[in-house]
Design a protein around this ligand. Sequence first.
Ligand code: DP6
Length: 349
Amino acid sequence: WVLMATAQTPTNIAVIKYWGKRDETLILPVNDSISVTLDPSHLCTTTTVAVSPGFEQDRMWLNGKEISLSGGRFQSCLREIRSRACDVEDKEKGIKIEKKDWEKLHVHIASYNNFPTAAGLASSAAGFACLVFSLAKLMNLKENPSQLSAIARQGSGSACRSLFGGFVKWIMGKDENGSDSLAVQLVEEEHWNELVIIIAVVSARQKETSSTSGMRESVETSLLLQHRAKEIVPKRIVKMEEAIKNRDFSSFAQLTCADSNQFHAVCLDTSPPIFYMNDTSHRIISYVEKWNRSEGSPQVAYTFDAGPNAVLIARDRQVAAQLLRRLLFFFPPNSDTDLNSYVLGDKSI
Ligand code: DP6
């Protein structure tokens, strides 16, 4: 017999960034972060997990190609989930798995991304969140989504925020064992439905410095990172929660842009410096800043992760339509800028 479970998880985009770990193994951050989860039909991972007495080892396929599960992060997630597995019974198929049996059974995992993995768009956030959620479903875990987020965190930090929709906060926590470093939903999915997220793929090349090694170098060498984590982010988190609760787009946009810029300033303050944005990214920032100033109040917020692609958040559908037209005009596909105008997030979140 074979027993299966499937889950689908969207990626999330941080508006207050996570950058820096205080514990590399448990993946514990140096500051809280806040993100917005994309609509499930865009940039998501679908994972099917299966268990059968015939499986001789744990195996995983990503977009049809087998990948190794030997990495510490996969192993941590699998171990944490197995240790919490419960009895499972499927009367129709005549299958009964007892809690103690899970240690001996192996799983096969098939995961698909509905976006080009190489574009460096969604990091590992959707992937690990989906892996943990689908395995938890298969093994009948009783943990709530926040408790599951603490497991997904051990796969990739940002993954813990993809266990919820809407706006999500990853609380850094204080415990050394990481038990209180988990995600909570700030407001439900429908709370701020007017927002539209547009992702402009500036370059589909894979990033040169991974988030994991980039943030390690920043922690080791950047004084700005220390200042940011202690003095800046705690205050920003309070203000951002307030802006989200009140649907205050002006404050939201100002905080989002400032935090993205500070994160990239930390990257420049790292030795050797890390450059994630390119000329096109900088031109998009200048363009949005000018537009917002000419309107007298922010219409669009921008944020950039560990790569040159722009995540643009429009205050409503009308602004989003205008933004798209302007992007296509000023940054036409295949011109001498290398901006391809794939528009992946053109639905309200
Ligand atoms: C810039 O979660 O990819 O996207 O925990 O080492 O796997 P690891 O890093 P990862 O880092 C994401 C960094 C970021 C900001 C963010 O998503 O908050």
